[in-house]
Design a protein around this ligand. Structure first.
Ligand code: MSP
Length: 528
């Protein structure tokens, strides 16, 4: 049995490798924003992180998309793959590896892996008959089809009948081993509802699946029989392995698996759960390789309550969204408003209202008005009190004391919305506190020490909030830190969690910066 090992100092995670049949939509951006947030969080903890993303470029779906535009597949893939990389720049995604499955190094890895599976006796030739959804690149059970032979996921696409000689992978052989693995690794598939889905699917009995095609040219030739091309999923999943190679490494499995394997986390959408939680582990078992630690299947995004997807044609252009509102705003909305693991909706009015309420108002205004009060009420624009002078029962100090740990647990369990909510409750309590304490009145009454206590506790709470939200909104957090006198840019530095996640770090030595709005209020679109 393969044992999942974990190297505590490293953390390797992946996004799916996106199909290049079309430019990216918000659904593809969603997983990547979540992955980047998590990667940033683990870097704050001091872990060495490897964030892998990339594009999945073979198969019939892509071959057809290129042909429809009269383009050569490789030229088409080059263009679309580049549009993913440029969207990641716009969204401020700090990935470490971008793997393209058409790269020659990937082919070497796929061949070596195929050979291992072949040697295990797990590949054989057979007749494949069934309904195929080209958009899913997956055979469908007849009982799962919608009326008119349509795919349940790509509801406007008809499945196609196939009856051909294919090579098969002996998935059925791994039934017991997989079940045993799920039992002994209860956290392997998350959230719980997805785990149950997989257990249920596997308990119905696993069937071997075909891993080659005879009617598709756009793929790697099957090493044992070049008249066939490899099934796109067999090749794509191995992209995660190829991505582990350093540029100077010779492309062998041994080199690829030397440092980061087994991976800590595959982040995926719920539609590709079976591939990651059933097929992939079985393929790895067949090749005698250890399995990844965790697969997390998130929910689907809808737009104004409607299903959204590349093949359905009602997508939101993430480029337009980022150009209009900025990367932090887009990241914040999707991670704070949607429970990761559940389906969630995008609605522009709601989007604007959330950003205005949380970022412009609760967080931005609070910082701005507090810094302005320091300027007005404190000598030389500096506080004279520090953490030591604030009593432990101060409500903000009290709340801030456990916040770091609480937020850490939320990030670690991928509960991004809970992490944001917990931070926001400190921000909201700070707004209430400053209003209740009314430092402007205290100042008039000559209670200087009290004035400074209020201003210190609020500014320190804003600092802590900025630190804990920095994986989600790195630009805004950097801006806040800079206004509080730190020369820290969260896109380049990873200030240590043990120090910065503690309430009380702000000191009276800090030279406060110039108050400037950190997030401009967005005007709601006018009704025609
Ligand atoms: N190429 C495969 C993945 C191979 S991984 C080795 C693939 N690509 S995809 O581009 O079609 O989808 C990539 C991811 O986008 C999937 O995780 C999918 O769940 C996600 N999404 C596609 N539409 C989505 C929404 N409407 N909402 C949220 N995520 C969605 O599958």
């Amino acid at each position: 049995m393969n044992i999942v090992e974990q190297t505590p100092k490293t953390f390797a995670l992946t996004t799916p490798l996106y199909y290049v049949n079309d430019v990216p939509h918000v659904g593809s951006a969603y997983t990547t924003m979540a992955a980047d947030t998590l990667a940033r969080f683990y870097r704050l903890l001091g872990r060495q992180v490897l964030l892998i993303t990339g594009t999945d470029e073979h198969g019939q779906k892509i071959q057809r998309s290129a042909a429809n535009l009269g383009k050569e597949p490789q030229e088409f893939c080059d263009q679309i793959s580049a549009s993913f990389a440029s969207l990641w720049e716009l969204l401020n995604i700090k990935y470490d590896r971008f793997i393209r499955t058409t790269s020659p190094r990937h082919e070497m890895i796929v061949q070596e892996f195929f050979q291992k599976v072949w040697s295990s006796g797990d590949i054989y030739q057979g007749q494949q008959k069934g309904w195929y959804c080209v958009s899913c690149e997956e055979f469908k059970e007849e009982r799962d089809l919608l009326e008119g032979n349509r795919c349940p996921i790509h509801t406007n696409k008809e499945v196609e009948w196939r009856d051909e000689q294919n090579y098969f992978f002996r998935l059925s052989k791994y039934q017991t081993q997989l079940e045993e693995f799920y039992r002994s690794h209860p956290d392997f598939i998350q959230p719980e509802s997805r785990r149950n889905e997989v257990l249920n699917f596997v308990s119905q009995g696993l069937q071997d699946f075909s891993i080659s095609r005879v009617n598709v040219d756009w793929g790697f030739p099957v090493p044992a029989d070049p008249n066939h091309t490899l099934y796109v999923w067999f090749d794509a999943l191995l992209g995660y392995v190829t991505a582990l190679l350093d540029t100077e490494d010779t492309p062998t499995l041994e080199n690829a698996l030397a440092k980061w394997w087994p991976m800590n986390l595959h982040l995926i959408g719920k539609d590709i759960l079976r591939f990651h939680a059933v097929y992939w582990p079985a393929m790895l078992m067949s090749a005698n390789l250890p399995l990844p630690e965790k697969v997390f299947g998130h929910g689907f995004l809808t737009k104004d309550g409607q299903k959204m997807g590349k093949s359905l044609g009602n997508t939101i252009d993430p480029i337009v969204l980022v150009q209009q509102y900025g990367s932090d705003a887009v990241r914040y909305y999707f991670l704070k408003e949607i429970e990761f693991g559940k389906d969630g909706d995008f609605n522009e009015i709601r989007f604007i209202n959330v950003l205005n309420a949380d970022l412009a108002n609760d967080l931005g205004n609070l910082l701005n008005r507090t810094l302005n009060m320091v300027k007005k009420y404190c000598a030389e624009n500096a506080l004279s009190v520090s953490n030591a002078a604030i009593p432990a029962e101060n409500p903000l100090k009290n709340m801030g004391a456990n916040l770091g740990e609480k937020v850490k647990q939320a990030y670690e369990s991928l509960a991004f919305n809970q992490a944001c909510e917990a931070v926001l409750s400190l921000v909201q309590a700070s707004n209430k506190y400053i209003d209740d304490q009314a430092p402007w009145t205290l100042y008039k009454q000559g209670q200087q020490q009290e004035v400074e206590t209020v201003l210190y506790t609020v500014l320190e709470s804003v600092r802590l909030a900025a630190y804990l939200l920095s994986p989600v909104i790195p630009n805004i957090s950097s801006e806040i830190y800079q206004q509080l006198g730190w020369e820290i840019n969260f896109n380049e530095q990873t200030p240590n969690f043990a120090t910065h996640a503690q309430w009380g770090l702000l000191s009276n030595q800090q030279t406060l910066g110039k108050p400037q709005p950190i997030f401009k209020r967005i005007e709601l679109p006018k009704n025609d």
